[in-house]
Design a protein around this ligand. Structure first.
Ligand SMILES: Nc1ncnc2c1ncn2[C@@H]1O[C@H](COP(=O)(O)OP(=O)(O)OP(=O)(O)O)[C@@H](O)[C@H]1O
Length: 259
């Protein structure tokens, strides 16, 4: 008997978003398998952030539907928000709270009991190496610390699906390793991670599934070994998004000490 495929964690159908004359997302459809570590890759301006914003209910699409574990992001936002965690790009936080207060606030606004919020917050602060900074204002956190406290806030209610926009950008190797370890542990428990990145090596080493987006559409998606074929993900990516054959303008004034 054939094994039945489990329903996808996220189902995106015919998603569109225009900003004035510019089409950022152009009829994007994609099923993201549950329990996978998923990389969303694409060149600058491909529509990754716009897609993630619409999928997580932060931006209203012009058209299209998104289901998270069967619940419609726009018709049933409360059910969806209980099941997802989000680390958006350029996350705005309550800067005048310290790290511990921020997590407590998040836990309580998610309806977690106080004692449980505190227990989880302290564990996350310790695992993410933020315990020593828990009493400092978020306003004084570095980029890497902000990503980590943002990740802690996104994980506190133990979501089924975690969305992260460029979680490793501006993060030093030590913090990156800490974030990787937490995400790997989370994904190993059967939860779904979806993250966007430009770093193919990172996607290749962390993800088991990848979607390549270009000009607001999916140009390839599937298990990473399938998408990259016999080559590296980097090579496959360049082929999929189309590298310019020429080098563009000559820049013959550049280098060589000419003024
Ligand atoms: N608020 C906005 N107003 C106008 N144009 C926008 C807005 N947000 C995105 N765009 C445009 O939509 C397109 C897709 O942008 P988006 O940020 O989704 O791409 P991305 O794949 O995340 O890019 P990057 O890798 O550079 O972060 C781009 O052309 C961008 O200029």
């Amino acid at each position: 008997m054939e094994a039945t495929t489990p329903p996808p964690a996220v189902s995106i159908r015919d998603l569109w978003k225009r900003f004035g004359a510019r089409t950022a997302v152009a009829g994007l459809s994609l099923d993201l398998p549950a329990g996978s570590f998923i990389g969303l890759v694409g060149p600058n301006g491909a529509g990754k952030t716009t897609t993630l914003s619409m999928v997580t209910g932060l931006l209203r699409p012009d058209r299209g539907t998104v289901l998270v574990h069967g619940a419609d992001v726009w018709r049933d936002p409360v059910a969806v928000k209980a099941r997802i965690g989000i680390l958006p790009e350029g996350l705005r936080m309550f800067e005048r709270l310290n790290g511990r207060e921020l997590l407590r606030f998040n836990g309580r606004s998610r309806g977690l009991p106080g004692a449980e919020t505190d227990r989880r917050a302290e564990e996350l602060l310790a695992v993410l190496d933020l315990a020593g900074a828990a009493d400092r204002l978020v306003a004084d956190y570095s980029t890497g610390m902000r990503k980590k406290i943002g990740l802690a806030a996104a994980l506190l209610h133990n979501p089924d699906v975690l969305f992260l926009d460029e979680p490793f950008e501006g993060v030093d190797p030590v913090s990156a390793q800490t974030i990787r370890a937490v995400l790997t542990r989370y994904a190993a428990s059967g939860s779904t991670v979806v993250f966007s990145s430009h770093v193919m090596e990172l996607v290749e080493s962390l993800c088991d599934w990848v979607a390549v987006v270009n000009a607001g559409q999916v140009v390839a998606a599937g298990p990473i070994a399938e998408v990259r074929g016999g080559s590296s993900l980097h090579q496959a990516f360049l082929g999929l998004v189309g590298v310019r054959a020429d080098d563009g303008p000559a820049l013959d004034w550049l280098g060589g000490g000419h003024r």
